[in-house]
Design a protein around this ligand. Structure first.
Ligand code: C5P
Length: 239
């Protein structure tokens, strides 16, 4: 039996209106959650850089979900900066050449580079509209996961519905980080390929990213604790 602590594997997405709200959310979850995602919702919020530094200084882990996509040289500079900051995870986009440039730029740092496969809020109609010729979502996710693996990426962002297939081809060589988590009965919002915490873990997700089901709850701490308990049961039951 593998011993995995759910608390190490839950990332709360700080998709809130500003830094003060984010600070309050972190405080409300003190002792329960210590891994936080800062993404586009906060990217331009005044004070976000100092907030990020203060999280790191408190020993929290940070997933910077800025979805970097640019020419190699710019990407290298941006990834190098993130690596020096000490964030744990960073999302990037693009073909193998860009991923390889990012891998080179992170050097020997502990930063894990993750590529987004297909946003969990998109379905087959959406990817067809974007011009992808692989119209089955799971096929496209798997294709992108393979390319990420070949280019030396550390992990991928994928829904709980595709995690098992990714693990089949990559095993422990690719981390699977799964957003679009919805506990039984919770509203889906725009997430079209959602899964419960237990479903995602049974499918092979290594980390779960949860936003609204925790921060939108009347008692965020209780919501986080419930999700952690469901995650722990699912991890403990893994073969
Ligand atoms: O509120 P909710 O739990 O839906 O938040 C999910 C988070 O995961 C959001 O911050 C969103 O940006 C992110 N995400 C996602 N699907 C992806 C990649 C990232 O939902 N494929």
């Amino acid at each position: 039996m593998r011993l995995i602590a759910a608390q190490d594997r839950l990332i709360v997405a700080l998709d809130v209106a500003g830094v003060e709200e984010a600070r309050q959310a972190v405080q409300a979850l003190e002792g329960a959650v210590d891994f936080f995602k800062i993404g586009l919702a906060l990217q331009l919020a005044p004070g976000v850089d100092a907030f990020l530094q203060s999280l790191l200084a408190q020993g929290k882990r940070v997933f910077l979900d800025y979805k970097y996509y640019d020419v190699q040289e710019t990407l290298r500079k941006a990834v190098g900066r993130a690596a020096r900051l000490g964030v744990s995870f960073l999302t990037i986009h693009g073909p193998g050449s860009l991923i390889r440039a990012a891998v080179e730029a992170k050097g020997e740092s502990d930063l894990k580079l993750l590529t987004v496969t297909v946003l969990t809020s998109l379905d087959a109609g959406d990817i067809a509209e974007m011009g992808y010729t692989r119209h089955a979502v799971d096929e496209l996710v798997l294709f992108r996961a393979k390319k990420a693996l070949e280019a030396g990426c550390d992990g991928v962002i994928a829904s709980g519905r595709e995690a098992a297939k990714i693990k089949e081809i990559a095993g422990s060589r690719l981390l699977v980080i799964t957003p679009g988590i919805r506990p039984e009965g919770a509203p889906a919002h725009e997430q079209k390929r959602h899964a419960t915490p237990a479903e995602a873990i049974r499918a092979g997700a290594d980390y779960l990213v949860v936003g609204r089901p925790i921060l939108g709850a009347s008692d965020p701490r209780r919501a986080a604790e419930r999700i952690l308990a469901e995650m722990q049961d699912a991890f403990d039951a893994l073969p």
